[in-house]
Ligand binder design. Structure first.
Ligand code: AVI
Length: 324
């Protein structure tokens, strides 16, 4: 289905990823003995805006570090990947890193896949306007689930290249990351490749600061999940009754985000009631920090071969080229 915001056309496909799954996942997540929700639900329109603000915060190093690496190394990446590919991005951020990659790589077409409809449409419209020679398509879908790509007319790309920046791979549990990497391997197909951003293990103080920024943007991002539940699922969370907590879990090598209940309280969502004890948390996100060898082992277990790594010193971050 073509979508035309203003005068900039791009192909838009809406696979309606968010409606019934959100309700079911929230109700089952709140019913567990250890309450937890999947981080993909942060990204409604407000959540996507707040995430962009996190990326601009002085403490959140990954975005800036990865962008600088793309600026320094994208020609090298493009030389290894070759021209005329179909570039498939999992997620649609502000597009700054994507622009650097598109300019170096000169793909035949670009497809963004994202669960957040507004952020996706905005990103695709901007890229279609900026690169008239590149066919642009946008697919509103949950890329953590298997999906078929729409056919992009009148292009015959030499290969598929998946771009997965931002270390979003760190937001999956290990088993889910393995499933995801298998699905991506199938989507890339013969001769395909993936370029992924991977945040590396580092000083916990640096991590704590990145997920606890002084201006409270990350706290607002975390709490917006409760506001979203109130808006979309007829919830009655009192946002003043919960606080943002970001914790380094050394055993699991991950940052965790939680919303901690400040008192004993009862909450109703979609007609169901849930109890929170004072100090009890709702676990909202894991962000795994990798050693390069452990990431390579994970990718190899899903059928990929690690061909090349670009990495930064401090803060340590890597961009990896995987071959299908
Ligand atoms: C999208 N993802 C990689 C971010 C992260 O660092 O795990 C989301 C985020 N959560 C808090 N700050 C940023």
């Amino acid at each position: 289905m073509p979508f035309t915001p203003g005068r900039v056309p791009f192909q838009f496909y809406d696979l309606h990823p968010d409606t019934e799954n959100f309700r079911d996942d929230v109700l089952s997540g709140l019913a567990q003995p250890r309450k937890a929700l999947a981080p993909k639900y942060f990204y409604d329109a407000r959540g996507s805006e707040l995430f962009e603000a996190i990326c601009d915060s002085p403490e959140y190093y990954p975005t800036r570090t990865e962008l600088a690496m793309m600026q320094a190394d994208s020609r090298d990446m493009a030389r290894l990947l070759g021209p005329d590919c179909l570039l498939i991005e999992y997620g649609a951020g502000s597009g700054r890193k994507t622009r650097v990659l598109i300019e170096a790589l000169a793909p035949a077409a670009y497809v963004a896949i994202d669960i957040s409809r507004t952020a996706l449409q905005q990103c695709a419209a901007e890229l279609a306007a900026a690169y008239p020679k590149v066919k642009v398509a946008a697919v509103c879908a949950d890329y953590s689930r298997p999906l078929d790509l729409p056919v992009i007319e009148s292009i015959s790309p030499r290969r598929r290249v998946i771009y997965f920046p931002g270390s979003t791979i760190g937001n999956f549990t290990r088993p889910d990351a393995l499933v995801f990497l298998h699905q991506a391997h199938a989507l890339a197909g013969r001769g395909g490749a993936m370029l992924a951003g991977v945040d590396l293990k580092k000083d916990p103080a640096r991590l704590q600061a990145a997920y606890n920024d002084a201006r409270g943007v990350t706290a607002a991002f975390n709490l917006n999940l409760l506001a979203r539940i109130n808006r979309e699922l007829d919830g009655d969370f009192d946002l003043d009754g919960f606080v943002h907590r970001a914790i380094w879990n050394a055993d699991q090598s991950r940052m965790e985000m939680h919303l901690e209940s400040l008192r004993d309280q009862q909450v109703t969502v979609a007609g169901q009631t849930f109890h929170f004890r004072a100090g009890e948390t709702l676990h909202t996100e894991n962000s795994y920090k990798f050693k390069l060898q452990s990431f390579a082992a994970l990718a190899e277990a899903a059928g990929w071969t690690l061909e090349r790594t670009w990495s930064s010193e401090q803060p340590a971050f890597a961009v990896v080229l995987l071959r299908a």
